[in-house]
Structures are given as structure tokens and as C-alpha cells.
Design a protein around this ligand. Structure first.
Ligand SMILES: [Zn+2]
Length: 81
């Protein structure tokens, strides 16, 4: 998993994705234009490995929104029996 984030394929894709999507989509929904910091997988890599390089599964997020999402996902996971 961690290895994937260090792979050349992911690094190339995420860099290009941020160039094409420089604004955080969640801030944008709130009417705020903020620079995106990271490329996030809508469906997490560990949940759907096959979509790890699928651009339709990616979204540009700022650090604040990315951290919030990560926290939520963890919570959801912990709530599962
Ligand atoms: Zn944001």
C-alpha cells in the first residue's frame, strides 16, 4: 500500500492531476477557492485496489479537507462490526 504511493506511476499521475485540478473540490463546494495540496482517492485504495490509478476516482483536496476525510473514514471503519 505505502509502496503504491511511492510508485512512479502514482507520482506522475497525482502530479498531473493536481496541475489539472489545482483547487480543493470541497472548499470549492463551499464557495471558497483554495489551493489543493493532495490527490485523494474517493474510494480508498485499500477498498478498491483496481481503481488506484483511475482518474474518475480521484479528487483534489486541501490538507484540512483531506485530514477530515481520513478521520471520518477511520471512524466509519471502527464502527463496522
Ligand atoms: Zn478544502
Amino acid at each position: 500500500m505505502q509502496q503504491f504511493y511511492h510508485s512512479a506511476a502514482w507520482r506522475r499521475l497525482s502530479r498531473r492531476f493536481l496541475e489539472n485540478n489545482p483547487v480543493c473540490v470541497k472548499c470549492y463546494e463551499d464557495g471558497v477557492i483554495r489551493k489543493a495540496d493532495v490527490v485523494d482517492h474517493v474510494q480508498e485504495v485499500k477498498d478498491n485496489w483496481s481503481r488506484r490509478l483511475d482518474e474518475s476516482n480521484l479528487q483534489a483536496l486541501c490538507n484540512v479537507h483531506h485530514n477530515a476525510k481520513t478521520r471520518n473514514e477511520r471512524k466509519k471503519r471502527e464502527q463496522k462490526p
